[in-house]
Ligand binder design. Structure first.
Ligand code: AMP
Ligand code: MG
Length: 333
């Protein structure tokens, strides 16, 4: 069984090909980037339309298969940007109809979790899922990935991207902030906003934007920029680690998984690793090539759900921009 997975929720158009053992035969992508500023929905949608043919061909070549060898087409049905989601859904419908194979719309957030479980071998982790638009602490309970804590405003990735934008960096700003933070020497006091199991980032962003505006940043004081990046990371990653630790204390599970685009950040992984070590539980982080949005994770989620007997009719493939993680019944795990 070969599944082709199409990811198109936001900045990345990804096409992955995965077999029923979970071997990734191809994981090709094209990511929309900018020199300065953020991503504009119309422009990203256009990017996905224009790059589809190219990414599909590369994935088929990389997997060293023929298109007709595909037995299942999976796609990200939500959550995400409407225009972007519709490009992936339309492509998936066309491909499944042409190949006369089943189609499966998968939840993007759950795909991030499942690929992390697959690569770590963890069976029942508490997952810190950190990406651009989403930030959630998840664990399986009574047949669903329940949300034990989450952001009350933006995702931590969007927070980092917006802060980076204030510094004049281009999208995605998260990796550039990680680099600058390594040169940080002085911790600048910032708000720390954990509310029970949840967290918010917008107040911290406002404070950082004020500091950036009021300071010598205009004259490109590079040490100050590095200090702010360092302080931003230390603050929000400590918040995420604290809330995850509280989940660990309350829920009786002994594995913590870090997944999603921001999981590529070494400092965040280091903090969680330390917390897990102190508590004597296992920790794993998803590999970098599978951390950000990608087609392989969609294909793998498609394989799992298909094995459990779940398929869609074409009429059931309408995209769902606000599809929450805890709305999905997880009958395959
Ligand atoms: P995703 O939507 O899951 O692909 O995640 C994308 C988000 O991850 C964007 O907001 C990026 O800025 C962020 N990101 C990617 N790499 C890093 C990194 N090394 N450190 C912090 N954030 C990152
Ligand atoms: Mg994502």
């Amino acid at each position: 069984m070969l599944c082709l997975g199409i990811e198109s929720t936001a900045h990345t158009l990804g096409i992955g090909i995965v077999n029923s053992n979970g071997e990734v035969l191809a994981n090709e992508k094209s990511t929309f980037t900018t020199e300065t500023g953020g991503i504009k929905p119309g422009k990203v949608t256009e990017h996905h339309i224009l790059m589809y043919d190219f990414v599909l061909k590369r994935a088929i070549e990389k997997a060293n298969i023929k298109l007709k060898d595909i037995n299942l087409v999976a796609f990200s049905q939500g959550p995400g940007l409407g225009g972007c989601l519709r490009v992936g859904a339309a492509a998936a419908r066309a491909l499944a109809t042409y190949l006369k194979v089943p189609i499966r719309g998968v939840n993007h957030c759950i795909a991030h979790v499942e690929i992390g479980k697959h690569t770590s071998g963890f069976k029942d982790p508490i997952t810190l899922y950190v990406s651009g638009a989403n930030t959630q602490i998840l664990a399986l309970a009574a047949g669903r990935y329940r949300v034990f804590g989450e952001t009350l405003d933006t995702g931590v990735g969007n927070f980092l991207d917006s802060f980076g934008r204030a510094l004049g960096l281009g999208f995605p700003q998260g990796p550039k902030i990680e680099e600058l933070a390594l040169k940080g020497k002085k911790y600048v006091e910032l708000p720390y906003t954990v509310k029970g199991m949840d967290f918010t980032f917008s107040g911290i962003l406002t404070k950082l934007e004020q500091l950036a505006k009021n300071s010598e940043l205009k004259t490109k004081n590079s040490q100050l920029i590095s200090d702010l990046c360092y302080s931003a990371q230390e603050t929000v990653f400590a918040m995420l680690t604290e809330a995850t630790e509280r989940a660990v204390a309350h829920i009786n599970k002994n594995e913590v998984l870090l997944t999603g685009g921001v999981a590529a950040n070494k400092r965040l992984a280091e903090m969680l690793q330390l917390m897990c070590k102190e508590r004597g539980i296992k920790f794993a982080v998803v590999p970098k090539d599978l951390s950000g949005d990608n087609g392989a994770m969609i294909a793998w989620a498609g394989i799992l759900e298909n094995k459990a007997g779940i398929k869609n009719k074409i009429s059931e493939t309408k995209v769902n921009q606000d599809w929450r993680t805890d709305q999905v019944e997880v009958i395959w795990s």
